[in-house]
Ligand binder design. Structure first.
Ligand SMILES: O=C[C@H](O)[C@@H](O)CC(=O)C(=O)O
Ligand SMILES: [Zn+2]
Length: 281
């Protein structure tokens, strides 16, 4: 078992103007999050979101972060969102075990001392994408099955962006301190997400891209200020940090899906500043 948590710092928009490809990737891209038996996390200073992969093999895994956060246990002053992107598994919260099949999600409220992740079959491990944001109010834990997610169809074939936004953690459905989280799936033959692009200076966001195949397909993620955009070529299950001032959108050489998670000043999903096409550079 290996445990990793890397730090990614916060930047001003002026900084990234000068980044070359390698530097941009180092600062904003998170790769190899899901390796069997391991916990691979990223701590971003953008709103102090922690995100990453927990992939249990034969042994269950628990995120133990206390010294790093200066607290008694990981969720003492944090909440946690989880979506399983792998095989069947379980989540055990304070001794209570719940099944987590593919695409099942879970919200774990502030104050839970022990959250244990396990795979049913180590040869087809569960892959838990986890996102944790700061909070001090305890809201109820909640299983978030894919079938219960609020499905919002959006886009159209003409613009090659027909997709469904599945909101797992949304303020209209449940209370959280800060976290919002969901899963967006593009229809076959569609390639663009979040286009027209937007920013939301009130919230940062992370994207984990998945469900496209190696080696012959790629998703390209766009970030940066609208008039100073940069792009990052991604492998499946790579994640990108998007500061609040940054656009976040992508295009694929095939259809794909992604998990988005947001944290910041408000939880108003539609509070976006849409960028007009003519302003993108
Ligand atoms: O602020 C909202 C987030 O960027 C995502 O929900 C966008 C998204 O899933 C999409 O357009 O496909
Ligand atoms: Zn957004």
């Amino acid at each position: 078992m290996s445990f990793k948590m890397v730090t990614k710092y916060a930047h001003s928009p002026e900084d990234i103007r000068h980044y070359d490809t390698e530097k941009l990737r180092e600062e904003f891209l998170a790769e190899h999050l899901f390796s069997t038996g391991d916990i691979n996390l990223v701590y971003t200073y953008n709103d102090r979101m922690i995100f990453g992969g927990v992939t249990p093999g034969a042994e269950p895994l628990e995120i133990v972060l206390d010294k790093q956060l200066g607290v008694d246990y990981f969720l003492q002053r944090r909440e946690l969102g989880v979506i399983n992107i792998g095989g069947n598994g379980t989540i055990t919260i304070d001794g209570q075990t719940e099944p987590m099949v593919a695409h099942d999600g879970y919200y774990v409220g502030v104050g839970e001392k022990h959250v244990v992740f396990a795979s049913d079959d180590p040869k087809n491990p569960a892959k838990f994408y986890v996102v944790s944001t700061p909070g001090t109010t305890k809201f109820p834990n909640k299983k978030l099955p894919f079938a219960n997610a609020l499905a919002k169809p959006i886009g159209d074939q003409k613009h090659m962006n027909k997709r469904t936004i599945y909101k797992y953690i949304d303020a209209s459905q449940m209370d959280t301190c800060q976290l919002q989280m969901g899963y967006t799936v593009l229809e076959p033959g569609n390639s663009w997400n979040t286009m027209p692009a937007h920013t939301h200076a009130r919230r940062m966001e992370t994207y984990l891209y998945l469900e496209f195949a190696e080696p012959d397909t790629r998703v390209i993620h766009f970030m940066g200020q609208p008039n100073e955009s940069k792009h990052i070529f991604l492998n499946p299950e790579d994640a990108v940090v998007n500061p609040s001032w940054s656009i976040h959108c992508g295009v694929g050489t095939t259809s794909y899906a992604f998990i988005w998670a947001m944290c910041g000043e408000n939880q108003t999903y539609d509070d976006m500043d849409v960028v007009e096409m003519k302003d993108l550079k």
